[in-house]
Design a binder for this molecule. Sequence first.
Ligand SMILES: *Cc1c(COP(=O)(O)O)cnc(C)c1O
Length: 401
Amino acid sequence: MTPFPDTSVQIDAHTLQGATGVLTVDLDTLAANWKSLESRAVPAECSAVVKADAYGCGLKPVTRKLASVGCKTFFVATLDEAKLAREAAPKAAIYVLNGFFANCGDDFARIDARPVIGDLNELAEWDAFRRTRGWSGLAGIQIDTGMNRLGLTIDEARGLVPRIRQADHGIAMVMSHLACSEDMNNAMNARQLAAFRGIASEFSGVTASLANSSGIFLGSHFHMDLVRPGAALYGLNPTPEADNPMQPVVGLKVRIAQIRNVPKGETVGYGALWHAKRPTRLAIVSAGYADGYFRAASGIEGTRSAQAVVAGQRCPIVGRISMDLMAIDITDVPHGAVRRGHFVTLIGDGLTLDELGHHFGTIGYEVLTSLGHRYARDYRGGVAHDPAASDNKTAPENTSA
Ligand SMILES: *Cc1c(COP(=O)(O)O)cnc(C)c1O
């Protein structure tokens, strides 16, 4: 038997040596997901939300790939993220969702990023910066329609309408955000749509945007001029009540550090919260909650723990998940099918992010943005680029901004 019978692990042995496992990001599948959302949204423009390191998938490789297949507008949360996006997409429009602060105007100007402004004082600061610098950069305006997070009130937005008759008014987009888009039957969706349509129609000639991933699936009247998918690009299900229309992008395999036999009656892990009811064979694998595998998914008796796929078979996690390790019950896997050094699958092979989110007591979004930094990253289908440019590497380094 070869040490790595799993041919899907294609990463050089040296990189692998220092890592807890291999996180695979399939950029071709990501691009296919973007294209399928684009064709659903057409004639609206399809942008891409790449905040939070592209939901843990790597901001630069993701942005570069999507730009190469025709995505022209990107959304990030912070200015630091915008800098990375600019390096990956020199010509794209880049919006910074968390907005503008007076002391960072020069950075916005230098990388030509567009703040999404949601407060009249913030707008005044941005205007003051543009005036003093003689800069004619653009911005988006966020309008609150019920989320009560960021955004001008509808009345405040109405006060800005006369401005768009001025030359160099600077407003490239008006947008709002849906609070309940993943729940198709929630009446809030129609209320927010009506409120946003009313105010957006007064900003004639300005791009209007409302829909996130799930919003795209609420119907074409939600698409307006531009849609803003994030989660669905990375394979999360935008329609939780139905089958997932997206393809999985992320896979995670970790190595077996040890295989051990546990006699009947013994306990496993911190707190001794799991007892072997039969002679049990365990695979101890090298990932834990420090790698973003939430402790909430532990195999405590009386609860349904998360599972791993070992030699093609689903096996339960048993005992408490520790910081760097966890135990998988492989008693039912044929002897000889696995041994120390082999990989087990934690994401992929039918184990979905949404399912894992359920076990973690959260949503697939948080599973992705929690993915640890000790994995070797294996990007498939990447776009060739200037090797001198700094980048997300395949080494298990901290890739967060
Ligand atoms: C994060 C975010 C999105 C993307 O949402 P998904 O549900 O991941 O598609 C869109 N718009 C705004 C304002 C956001 O903050």
